[in-house]
Write a protein that binds this ligand. Structure first.
Ligand code: ARG
Length: 462
């Protein structure tokens, strides 16, 4: 077994050390990006006159063959393949002979690994973004389907004020909209080509970096070779994005776990996303949602892991940076599951409007009573206090606010009139909130349309 860097060494690497430093068992996933990068680099070398066009053709044919081997799952790893970069180079030598040894001229695995990772991530971002859009579409459709359902809105997990079911659900649509915007923004900083930075000092061969960027579809070139090989900010940003997005999914999951419990009964989760108990025959658990919530720990952990790895590293490349990949890969894999599972749960859930209605406490109309008194001229602070006393009395008499008699209201204030009971419906309470962003029918209809326009619009420019 020969190593790429074997010339300097007379002794053998300890087998455990070899195992310790090998990254092939995870970075093999970068094969496509690695081949694309090498194709472009071979062309770049020919343009710079370092190799002939014929040699570039030979390299390209060899790389094409390796691509076919990977695509058909017949690429064979060999002992000594430390990472994807060495594995490809070794195989290229077997296929095309000595000319393979020219490919790495002026290139380092430092700029190569960074290039591969960025290229790979750019492609994953396209997939993830599409998943976010699909979840938003499921949210929009479900909000539309149950547009007229009024439910309790909670603060501190206590019934607070009536809101539209659509308003609650769309709140997650807006979180995802910000997630999408964050992803688009950070993509600009992923979309920077490090290739041509060499190990740390740059490329001495007159390699045409704008040509490489164009060939690989990068929007910009890194401006400093030392920064380029040591920079993992783009991964920190991506992992932060993933952690925030996953937190949003987790909070939605938590709401739905509560709302689907027997005590709430607001929604039913489809059988397709539930599982049973091995002991209790009656059980139907929302395991999909618990796993979405549960996986948030590992995604947040991956961000912490890379932050900790980077802290205190000296300039440019250090082998510590090889530790960037497993957290990245697992984060992408996790979100590529949690996003579509959430979409499945949302698009198949059913809402029990009468269960929701039965759960609603008329005390949520207390704010309406205070507002009523305000329209009759009472200062809000005084109205708030007075309605507090009314609520206490109503609890004492076990009387819901909407059937509390007019005479009883009038004992608290002469401002109460015949029209008071008209104010005391959940629908009216919700629909009075017509300010932009409020839960009134017109406002929610508007926000649904504006989110729909944003989701649709973004789709078009993909
Ligand atoms: N597998 C390595 C990584 O992912 C490649 C870079 C190795 N560079 C080096 N100078 N040893 O970071």
């Amino acid at each position: 077994m020969t190593q790429l860097w074997g010339g300097r060494f007379s002794g053998q690497t300890d087998p455990l050390m070899r195992q310790f430093q090998d990254s092939i068992y995870f970075d093999v996933r970068l094969w496509e990006a690695d081949l694309d990068g090498s194709m472009a680099y071979a062309r770049g070398l020919a343009r710079a006159g370092i190799i002939s066009e014929e040699e570039a053709d030979v390299l390209q044919d060899g790389l094409d063959e390796i691509r076919a081997e990977f695509a058909q799952n017949r690429f064979e790893l060999k002992a000594g393949d430390e990472d994807i970069h060495t594995a490809v180079e070794r195989r290229l030598g077997e296929l095309v002979g000595e000319v393979a040894g020219k490919l790495h001229t002026g290139r380092s695995r430092n700029d190569q690994a960074a290039t591969d990772t960025r290229l790979w991530l750019k492609r994953q971002i396209v997939r993830l973004r599409a998943q976010v859009v699909m979840l938003q579409q499921a949210i929009l459709a479900k909000a539309d389907e149950y547009f007229n359902v009024i439910m309790p809105g909670y603060t501190h997990l206590q019934q607070a004020q009536p809101v539209r079911f659509a308003h609650w659900l769309l709140s997650y649509g807006w979180m995802l909209q910000r997630d999408k915007e964050r992803l688009d923004d950070l993509t600009r900083r992923v979309d920077v080509l490090p290739l041509g930075s060499g190990a740390l000092a740059g490329n001495p061969l007159g390699i045409d970096r704008p040509f490489l960027a164009e060939a690989l579809g990068f929007a910009a070139l890194s401006a400093n070779s030392m920064d380029a090989v040591g920079d993992r900010d783009y991964l920190l940003e991506f992992l932060s994005w993933a952690a925030i997005t996953q937190v949003h999914l987790s909070r939605l999951a938590e709401d739905l776990i509560l709302y689907s419990s027997r005590e709430f009964g607001f929604v039913a989760i489809a059988d397709a996303y539930s599982t049973g108990s091995s002991l209790m025959p009656q059980k139907k658990n929302a395991d999909s949602l618990e796993l979405i919530r549960g996986k948030t720990g590992r995604v947040a952990g991956h961000l912490t892991s890379l932050l900790t790895t980077l802290k205190g590293l000296p300039s440019t490349y250090n082998k510590d940076l090889q530790e960037d990949k497993e957290p990245l890969f697992d984060t992408v894999d996790t979100l590529m599951l949690t996003l579509p599972i959430t979409t499945g749960v949302v698009s198949t859930l059913t809402v029990d409007a009468s269960k929701i209605y039965d759960s609603m406490d008329s005390a949520m109309l207390a704010t309406e009573l205070a507002d009523y008194l305000v329209t009759k001229g009472m200062p809000f602070r005084q109205a708030h206090h007075l309605v507090g006393e009314i609520v206490r009395k109503a609890i004492e008499l076990d009387q819901p606010l909407f059937s509390f008699p007019l005479a009883a209201y009038q004992q608290f204030s002469p401002l109460f009139d015949r029209d008071v009971h008209q104010w005391l419906t959940f629908n009216r309470a919700a629909d009075r909130r017509t300010s932009p962003g409020g839960t009134g029918e017109s406002s929610v209809r508007e926000q649904l349309e504006s989110l729909r326009a944003l989701v649709g619009e973004k789709e078009d420019d993909e």
